[in-house]
Structure formats: structure tokens, C-alpha cells
Design a protein around this ligand. Structure first.
Ligand code: GDP
Length: 594
């Protein structure tokens, strides 16, 4: 094949990071390029991990049907599919740092969305060159589909109004990009891709524009990144661990991206472990078939040597404690000690600072753990422990020691609930949330926390004496004493049997025994009601007189709760009554109830 003869330089495969708002079509675009359907198997249809797809140059050539320039020497493109939800900022930053180029996918109909902005900020921060894939052009009203056509060809065949509609949307995108200081234009109108960001209109559904996208990427990589790509494809390999897996028959293995140098079977490698660096020997290197994603592929090629950049599965002993998200380094002669030190300090840096008390978080990779932790931090949820690994009995026991019932919680992301944990869970009041979509995990926990808080508030409210003000109505003395029965109007808040009443001068009136409305006993009476109450204590006409106003006497400790914790749930008239009551109590003692 022509490609083979073209590859005369030892250039490594450029790493391309795919970013964009959820649902804008990242997965569909990669599917189209590699011809598989990952979308179907994604949990919650959101890409959770960095997956990697190697697209060899011959695939690109066949997709580009001869439009590829003749000077291409990069061996292909390695796509990293980073997740799209905002919770994944950390993972994305890793992708951003790792990648040579990025494709920012934007739904041309939906336009800029929060994660589009976020991705742009990251790209700017890492100074990663990128292009825009303006996706879903087939949704432009009146679009005539020409499956798999290059953009220029399919564009030619569109009616004028459709052409204009597309261009208007491209102008819109360019306008938004200029707010970030980027100048951008439709790719086929650009001369200098170092100054202007190329917008490639595509449809991940019909394949239109995909050849153009690959052509621009390969061209950009070849032209502007040659210096970066001339890495040491023969030097000792450096990579990132994407995932630690236990495969049937294979034991533990790690899925990695080698982004520099080479790795061979028999090489000694150093990897970040959960407690300390792991030093082990490569038993086998398995490469997914080209165009297949590392994560979902069943069939592999055994190879002796892999050069950057590539996704490769590594088999070796002691990988069970390897930590996803950590670095991997090949140790050649005399390098081992220095590399161990380097990985040690990396493990130290990756340790998440936790709070004295809070919830427990378990996740499958450093990246997802960091993403969850940063999300929880932004919600101001304290974290007592954050670790990579399955949920064990130890975690639940640990959570049981937490004082606040709202934090007696274990959040698990993409991990297993170990059998002993399952058993222990049944007799424990610890709440476990185990999900495989980060935002769902956090939303579910936040919802639960909210409900629990409301329930606790309700319980507190039931127990707390609430403010109330009544007026002893004129001509409404029904019985003078033992108990006195009088007619009252509730002017603020509410009254209940058992409430102690006081006068505005602070003196005690008595205790409400019963409340009656139309000769029926009722359990409370709210503002506006006119009811009869029986009072233990006073004699009507002596201690109490028609026309007087009384307040419910609230214990000092209850006042504190009302004023400082439940103020938001009090109605306006309850709040006003509370303020009046407090001013009675604070007339002589300014700090009463504070
Ligand atoms: P991701 O979250 O960015 O990976 O987005 P997906 O690839 O999962 O796509 C989200 C939805 O948009 C899916 O229902 C896709 O079928 C649909 N979609 C993606 N690309 C296109 C496109 O070019 N045209 C149309 N009409 N729909 C698309």
C-alpha cells in the first residue's frame, strides 16, 4: 500500500483529543471514522473514559478518496475520546495536556453550550492547536444528503438558501470564537491554519465532511507539528495508564497510551500503584486491530514492540494494584531507581487532600476520582476519604463512624460492591450510591441529601414551638375558670394545645388545653381563624381581659433554632410574630435566644 512507502521518517502518530458538549456528536463522529458503534454500549450514553482509537493512514487515504496531499508522513492519527460532561474537567485537562491536536465538536444547530466554552478555555490554557467540527449539517433545513461525500462536494450540490443557512451558522460560530480571541473561518477559505481556526462542517450521521476533517487533521499534524512529532520512537517508552482490567484468562492487564518512545516485550516498566510504584516485566503487548477502540475490542494482535503514539494493552504480573491515570515508564539500563523516585513523587502528588469528616468516595481511575472530587468540592460537600478501588466492608464501617447522617454515605463510580460489603450493608444505616455515570451519581446523592434535609427540617418543625399571636375577642368569655374558655382570633403564626401563652409585658397567661372550632376539637389554628380555647391557669376578668393580645411563649432554645436555622421555612406572618415575641424577651435581656 502507498502508505508504507510514504513513511520514511520516524514520526510518531499524533494524538488527537476529541472534545465538546454532551450530545454534540463526539462518539458518533469517531464511530463514523472507525466504523463501529460505541454509542450503544456507553453507560447512559455518555463517554466515561478516555478511550483510544488508532486510525492508520491507509484508512484515512481510503476515506479521503485521493484528496490527501502527497507529502503525508505521519503514520496515522490516534484519537482520544474524552468525556463531554462538565464533571470531567480534570480528565479533559489530562486529554488536553496529552494531545497534540484537538477536535472541538459543536452541534451546528445547538451552537455554543457550557461544555463548549469549558473545552475552549482548556485548549487555550494548554495552547493545544485545534479545529472545529461543526456537526449535524444534515439537520439544516433543506439539506440534501450525499452520504460520505467530502464537504466541498456535498456543499456544491446544495440549493443557495441551504448554502446561506450553513454559512450563517458558520459566521455565528466564528463570532463566538472571536470572543475568546480566536479568529476562525470555514476551513476551505483558510490559508494559514496557524493563525485561523478551521471550521469543518460535517455530519457524523451521513459521513459528509468526514474526509475533509481527516485531511485537515493530517495536514495540520504534518505541517505544523513535525517538530513535536519527531519524538524518540526508539527511546524508552513513556505512557499513561487508561484502565486497569481483569480479563478472563488473561489476569490483570492495563490499557495504556504510549505517547513517547517504544515499549517491547520483556521490558522492565515502572507504573504508579495504589500505595507504591510497581516494577514489573512486560509479558505481552496486545494491540487492538486498527480502527478499533482499545476499550471495547475483544480481538488483539500480539506484538513484540509498540512505538508512540499507540494504544496498547500490557500484560504483566502485579498489575492488580496499578492505578488508572498514572504514568508508565520503560526502564532501560541504569534508569530504574530514578524512575521509581519519579513515580513515587507522582503518587504523592495525586493523593487527594481530604476533610476531617465527610463522605467516602470510591472510583475506578484517578481521573474519574479527581473529577468527582472536584465536582463535590464545588458543591461544598466534604470528603473524608477518596480512593481508587471497589467498595469494601471496610469503607462501610468507616462511613458508620461519621457523625452527620447526611455524610454517612459511600459514593462509588464504576466500581464493584464487594460481597462482604453487600452483606454488611444490610445491617448498616450507611447509604451507598454506586453508578457508572458521574453526573448521575452526584445528582442522585444531591437529591437524596436534599430530601433528607427536608425530612429532618420537617421533623424539627414538628417538635419546635412555633410563633403565634392571638387576640382575646370582646364578648367572647364562655367560661370564667377551671378552665377558662374564651374566644380568640389568631392574628399571626399558629397556636396548638400545649402552648404556653404570655402577655406583651412578658407575664404568663396559662396553657392552652384545647382548641375548638364549631364545637370540634382541632389540633392547631392558623392566622385568620376565630376559635374557642380552654386555658389552664387564669380566671377570665381577673388575670385576663377581653381585648388583650397574647403570644405563644417559645422556649429560648427553640427560638435559636427558629431564628438561625429555620428562618427560611417560616411564613411571613410567622416571622413577624417571632420578631415581636423576641422584642418582648429582649426588652430586658438583649442576648436572650442569641
Ligand atoms: P456525544 O455525547 O458528543 O458523544 O454525542 P453522540 O455521538 O452520542 O450523539 C448524540 C446524538 O446526536 C445521538 O442521538 C446521535 O445519533 C446524534 N447525532 C450525532 N451526530 C449527528 C449528525 O451528524 N446528524 C444528526 N442528525 N444526528 C447526529
Amino acid at each position: 500500500m502507498a502508505t508504507v512507502t510514504r513513511q520514511i521518517k520516524d514520526l510518531r502518530t499524533p494524538i488527537i483529543c476529541v472534545m465538546g458538549h454532551v450530545d454534540h456528536g463526539k462518539t458518533s463522529m469517531l464511530d463514523k471514522i472507525r466504523g463501529t458503534t460505541v454509542t450503544d454500549i456507553e453507560a447512559g450514553e455518555i463517554t466515561q473514559h478516555i478511550g483510544a482509537t488508532e486510525v492508520p493512514l491507509y484508512t484515512i487515504e481510503s476515506l479521503c478518496k485521493g484528496v490527501l496531499p502527497g507529502n503525508i508522513e505521519v503514520p496515522g492519527l490516534l484519537f482520544i475520546d474524552t468525556p463531554g460532561h462538565h464533571a470531567f474537567t480534570t480528565l479533559r485537562s489530562r486529554g488536553g495536556a496529552l494531545s497534540d491536536l484537538a477536535v472541538l465538536v459543536i452541534d451546528i444547530i445547538d451552537g455554543f453550550q457550557p461544555q463548549t466554552d469549558e473545552a475552549l478555555k482548556i485548549l487555550k490554557q494548554y495552547k493545544t492547536p485545534f479545529i472545529i467540527a461543526a456537526n449535524k449539517i444534515d439537520r439544516i433545513p433543506g439539506w440534501r444528503v450525499n452520504p460520505s461525500f467530502s464537504f466541498t462536494k456535498t456543499f456544491e450540490s446544495q440549493p443557495d438558501n441551504v448554502k446561506n443557512a450553513l454559512d450563517n451558522r458558520i459566521y455565528d460560530l466564528a463570532g463566538k470564537l472571536s470572543a475568546y480571541g480566536f479568529s476562525a473561518d470555514r476551513y476551505d477559505r483558510i490559508r494559514d491554519f496557524t493563525r485561523t481556526i478551521g471550521i469543518v462542517p460535517i455530519s457524523a450521521r451521513t459521513g459528509e465532511g468526514i474526509p475533509d476533517l481527516l485531511m485537515v487533521l493530517v495536514g495540520l499534524a504534518q505541517k505544523f507539528l513535525e517538530k513535536n512529532l519527531k519524538l524518540h520512537v526508539t527511546g524508552p517508552g513513556v505512557g499513561t495508564v487508561l484502565e486497569v482490567k481483569e480479563d478472563k484468562g488473561l489476569g490483570y492487564s492495563i490499557d495504556t497510551i504510549i505517547y513517547d518512545g517504544e515499549i517491547r516485550t520483556g521490558d522492565t516498566i515502572v507504573i504508579g500503584g495504589k500505595e507504591k510504584p510497581i516494577v514489573t516485566k512486560v509479558r505481552a503487548l496486545l494491540k487492538p486491530m486498527p480502527n478499533r477502540e482499545l476499550r471495547i475490542v475483544e480481538k488483539f494482535d500480539h506484538v513484540d514492540r509498540v512505538t508512540a503514539s499507540a494504544g496498547v494493552k500490557i500484560l504483566a504480573s502485579d498489575l492488580d494494584k496499578a492505578m488508572a491515570g498514572s504514568h508508565l515508564r520503560v526502564a532501560r539500563e541504569g534508569m530504574l531507581n530514578a524512575l521509581i523516585k519519579e513515580i513515587e513523587s507522582e503518587i504523592e502528588r495525586a493523593k487527594i487532600v481530604t476533610d476531617e469528616t465527610g463522605i467516602i468516595v470510591k472510583a475506578d481511575t484517578i481521573g474519574s476520582l479527581e473529577a468527582i472530587v472536584s465536582e463535590l468540592r464545588s458543591l461544598k460537600i466534604p470528603i473524608a476519604q477518596a480512593e481508587v478501588g471497589d467498595i469494601s466492608k471496610k469503607d462501610i464501617i468507616e462511613a458508620e463512624t461519621i457523625n452527620d447522617p447526611l455524610h454517612r454515605v459511600v459514593l462509588g463510580f464504576n466500581v464493584k460492591l464487594l460481597p462482604d460489603a453487600k452483606e454488611h450493608m444490610l445491617e448498616s444505616d450507611v447509604r451507598i450510591f454506586n453508578r457508572n455515570v458521574i453526573y448521575r451519581l452526584i445528582d442522585d446523592y444531591a437529591d437524596w441529601e436534599e430530601t433528607q434535609k427536608k425530612l429532618a427540617e420537617k421533623k424539627k418543625m414538628m417538635e419546635i414551638v412555633r410563633p403565634g399571636r392571638i387576640k382575646y375577642l370582646v364578648n367572647c368569655t364562655f367560661r370564667q375558670s377551671k378552665p377558662a374558655v374564651i374566644g380568640v382570633q389568631v392574628q399571626g403564626g399558629c397556636i396548638k394545645p400545649g402552648n404556653v401563652l404570655i402577655k406583651p409585658d412578658g407575664s404568663k397567661v396559662g396553657v392552652i388545653k384545647e382548641i375548638q372550632e364549631r364545637n370540634e376539637n382541632i389540633s392547631f389554628a392558623k392566622k385568620g381563624k376565630e376559635v374557642a380555647i380552654s386555658l389552664d391557669g387564669p380566671v377570665a376578668g381577673r388575670q385576663i381581659h377581653e381585648g388583650e393580645v397574647y403570644y405563644v411563649d417559645i422556649p429560648e432554645s427553640h427560638c435559636k433554632v427558629l431564628e438561625f436555622q429555620l428562618k427560611d421555612v417560616l411564613s411571613q406572618d410567622e416571622l413577624e410574630t417571632l420578631i415581636e415575641f423576641l422584642s418582648i424577651k429582649r426588652k430586658d435581656d438583649h442576648f436572650w435566644g442569641k
